[in-house]
Write a protein that binds this ligand. Structure first.
Ligand SMILES: Cc1cc2nc3c(=O)[nH]c(=O)nc-3n(C[C@H](O)[C@H](O)[C@H](O)COP(=O)(O)OP(=O)(O)OC[C@H]3O[C@@H](n4cnc5c(N)ncnc54)[C@H](O)[C@@H]3O)c2cc1C
Length: 446
């Protein structure tokens, strides 16, 4: 018999949640003081605030400021248990999950395992590019950026030197746009002072997007404002353009019939994500496009009893959202709140309520004093939008300590543009990363 994860049997229904992200944690919060035993499994013992990963990657924030220990969140929750475990498979027939530390039986299973970077099957790009989905990856990107600048000092070959300093960011969504803005600010204010021997003016920041406007989830007006800000910061925009290959030194692009090349040792892949569905589910339950688990309006996996999916990994097709809800934190949290309510309703013998998503708007920042914000019919760009962006992000961080540290950091950066976290704590190597990926090590898998 397989090893069993040691959690006590409380004699009440056990809800096992896979993933302590935005959805998983919200579900736990809403199940406090209920007649359920709640067991949360996550491969990390902390929650990651993904919207600010790019600031860790560009030396603006320390990883501790955007992460929060899961156990600390649930002090005093008498029905809550956490186990550090990588879920390898779900066994629906046997009502159990299989993990690297053993198996666990459930009465209800909630899959909240989020999403992973979508490389569209291109193994070469996957090996050479830098994704940005985890804290480990953000630190790897920071190390690579600084390592390449150190290496640029050691070459007399001007093309190689430029390639070491150039950046290609693939994908014009919020992550790509925010990264392009942050790297351009490093180029303007930090790198010339740190590396006076290098001609940092030769450094190029390319943003390559397959669409005809960046931030295409926002209105054309906000896209235009963002493009204006990016250009002002010196970002080279490639629209209607695909990156077709990358070998670690040269990115090949295609725009219509035109092929192009960009020399760069730093290619960041933010061109898309797909559902991080666990193994063990029937292929008919997973969407072909997006690898998300099909659920009904109660977040129940289609045709299954007692198995649910929420957040990025779930696809609930509705009249308003025929391709599923957007893969954003509020959607995951709202779905979790509704599911918890339905669990409680079931106990009380009440009807389950269907999930209805309330769009809370979108925003992105493109460097200091520049952001775009849209909430319903309210649209704003420029410094006021930037203050809203900062306020919303600070308030969304977990814990007073993190809120305060991020606020102080941003205030300091505002005054002098300095970024104090320019440390190479672990030298980054692609080969080592591949080995870690192959071994399924936490943080590098996706
Ligand atoms: C760079 C970046 C920027 C973003 N910016 C924004 C933004 O500005 N606004 C916004 O609303 N959204 C943003 N998002 C999207 C947002 O982060 C996601 O929509 C949200 O995290 C989804 O929540 P979730 O609970 O479904 O998954 P997640 O929050 O990703 O949580 C999934 C959890 O599952 C765990 N897990 C996964 N697989 C396993 C396994 N096999 N075993 C054990 N544990 C596992 C992970 O460790 C993680 O803790 C951004 C995402 C990224 C990557």
């Amino acid at each position: 018999m397989d090893k069993v994860i040691d959690v006590p049997d409380l004699g009440v229904p056990r809800i096992v949640i896979v993933g302590g992200g935005f959805g998983g944690l919200e579900l736990v919060r809403n199940l406090k003081k209920t007649d359920f035993q709640v067991v949360l499994l996550d491969r990390n013992n902390y929650h990651t605030f993904q919207p600010l990963l790019y600031q860790v990657a560009t030396a603006g924030l320390e990883p501790d400021s955007i992460s929060f220990p899961i156990r600390k969140l649930f002090h005093g929750f008498s029905n809550f248990y956490f186990r550090l475990a990588v879920v390898q498979k779900v066994d629906i027939e046997g009502s159990r999950v299989l993990t690297d530390i053993g198996e666990l039986k459930y009465d209800h299973l909630v899959i909240a395992s989020g999403s992973r970077t979508n490389f569209f099957g291109d193994e070469k790009i996957k090996y050479h590019c830098m994704p940005l989905k985890t804290v480990v990856q953000s630190l790897q990107l920071r190390s690579l950026l600084l390592q390449n600048f150190e290496q640029a000092l050691q070459t007399k070959d001007l093309q190689e030197r430029s390639a070491l300093m150039n950046f290609v960011i693939v994908g014009g969504g919020p992550t790509g746009v925010e990264l392009a803005g942050a790297i351009s600010e490093l180029k303007k204010y930090v790198l010339p002072v740190d590396y006076p021997e290098l001609d940092v003016r030769r450094m190029e920041v390319h943003l390559v997007d397959a669409g005809d406007r960046v931030l295409n989830a926002l209105s054309p007006k906000s896209s235009q404002s963002s493009q204006k800000y990016l250009k002002k910061l010196g970002v080279i925009l490639h629209q209607n353009t695909f990156v077709t290959s990358y070998d670690g030194e040269v990115a090949t692009t295609k725009k219509g019939d035109q092929d192009g090349v960009i020399y760069s040792r730093n290619l960041i892949w933010s061109a898309g994500v797909e559902g991080n569905s666990p193994k063990g589910l029937d292929a008919s339950l997973i969407t072909e496009r997006g690898n998300r688990i099909l659920v009904d309006e109660h977040s129940k996996v289609l045709g299954q009893e007692n198995v649910y999916a929420i957040g990025d990994v779930a696809s609930m097709k509705t009249k308003d959202y025929p391709n599923g809800h957007p893969m954003v934190a509020p959607a995951a949290m709202q779905q979790a709140t509704q599911l918890a309510k339905n669990f409680k309703n079931e106990v009380k013998g009440k009807e389950k309520e269907p999930f209805v998503y309330k769009d809370k708007g979108s925003m992105a920042t493109i460097g200091k004093n520049k952001a775009v914000v849209e909430v319903g019919s309210f649209k704003s760009s420029g410094p006021f939008a930037w203050f809203i962006w900062m306020f919303v992000h600070i308030m969304s961080l977990l814990g007073m300590r993190n809120k305060s540290i991020v606020f102080i950091n941003w205030f300091w950066n505002y005054l002098n543009y300095d970024r104090s976290n320019r440390l190479i704590t672990n030298r980054f190597s692609k080969e080592e990363r591949k080995q870690m990926r192959d071994q399924g090590k936490a943080g590098v898998v996706i």
